[in-house]
Design a protein around this ligand. Structure first.
Ligand SMILES: NC(=O)c1ccc[n+]([C@@H]2O[C@H](COP(=O)([O-])OP(=O)(O)OC[C@H]3O[C@@H](n4cnc5c(N)ncnc54)[C@H](OP(=O)(O)O)[C@@H]3O)[C@@H](O)[C@H]2O)c1
Length: 288
């Protein structure tokens, strides 16, 4: 807040860094009491060099929540960007995901230990990336890491219906997050409700359609963007924030990273939220 006031007072006198301070990003409280920024950045499909650069730029512009995965093969580069930022590790919230292929306790432990080594010995949130036949065992092993303290919270990704109910039934530590595909063409209204009913915070993956859908040139979104003097990406991400979900857009471009976090100075009206909600009925498209 201090930074915003300072830049406002100086406006017009000099060129200044208008990047957002991390404390301007809204936060959500998980069921276990942990506070998490509602907006972060993802690093899927980024090479190690791209992940390092993207996360470094993101940190500069106020991002403190970072989403990686074993599958992305860039955990180490992601952590190195955090380490090299010089900012206290406690200010960050790093998520990674267990790839659903390990069938024995020993293999699951080996995979988690590798992630821990890549991520400097601490994981804030570990998710099971997709449902799989040994996920009950994986969950029990992950619970053990939480009890020992090297993983702070555990959750799921891409879990719905019976798969979600099963983990909830066997869990002694409940999942705090479920990361699912969620964007205006696939708003997952019922899934949001199912998760909320179980005390689980929803996190939106591919919030911008992964560059594969036409969300950013959708005429309804463009029309709303013009009205608020914002970009299409900002309108979609603001829609996420007002839906109460965590959102983790990815970008390799500094101007996009800066733009994507600059969504905490305006609100979409109820009517515009509903116009965006209605896109699912018209377009109804999911990525997978
Ligand atoms: N749990 C899962 O199964 C799962 C699955 C998929 C993704 N995820 C997570 O969710 C994160 C985000 O999803 P995603 O990576 O699929 O894609 P996304 O964030 O929906 O979209 C990324 C694409 O949008 C472009 N973009 C970003 N900001 C923009 C802006 N302001 N204006 C115009 N274009 C913009 C990026 O291009 P530029 O680089 O040119 O900006 C990139 O092509 C992933 O990185 C990953 O961490 C999880």
């Amino acid at each position: 807040m201090k930074k915003l006031l300072f830049t406002t007072l100086l406006a017009g006198f000099m060129t200044m860094d208008l990047s957002l301070a991390a404390d301007q990003v809204a936060t959500v409280k998980l069921e276990n009491g942990m506070s998490v920024p509602q907006l972060g950045c993802g690093v899927w499909e980024l090479s190690e060099a791209e992940a390092y650069d993207s996360v470094s730029m993101a940190i500069k512009h106020g991002y403190r929540l970072i989403d990686t995965a074993q599958y992305y093969k860039n955990e180490k580069a992601t952590y190195n960007a955090v380490r090299d930022s010089g900012i206290d590790r406690d200010e960050f919230f790093i998520t990674t995901k267990l790839w659903p292929r390990y069938a024995t306790e020993q293999d699951i432990r080996m995979a988690i230990d590798t992630s821990l080594e890549n991520l400097g010995g601490r994981i804030d949130l570990m998710l099971i990336h997709w449902p799989y036949s040994h996920d009950e065992l994986a969950w029990k092993v992950m619970e053990d890491y939480v009890k020992k303290g090297s993983i702070r919270a555990i959750g799921l990704s891409n879990y719905t219906g019976e798969k979600l109910s099963h983990i909830l039934k066997i869990a002694t530590i409940k999942p705090v997050v479920n990361q699912i595909e969620l964007h205006p063409y696939n708003p997952r209204t019922n899934d949001i409700k199912e998760n909320l009913d179980n005390g689980i915070t929803v996190e939106a993956w591919s919030p911008l359609g992964a560059g594969r859908l036409h969300l950013l040139v959708d005429e309804t979104i463009i029309e709303i963007a013009k009205k608020y003097h914002k970009s299409a990406a900002q309108i979609i991400l603001r829609w996420d924030i007002q839906k109460g979900v965590i959102t983790i857009p990815r970008s390799t471009k500094e101007n996009h990273l800066k733009e994507n976090i600059d969504i905490f100075d305006f609100s979409l009206s109820k009517e515009d939220m509903e116009k965006i909600d209605a896109l699912a009925e018209v377009k109804g498209r999911a990525l997978w």
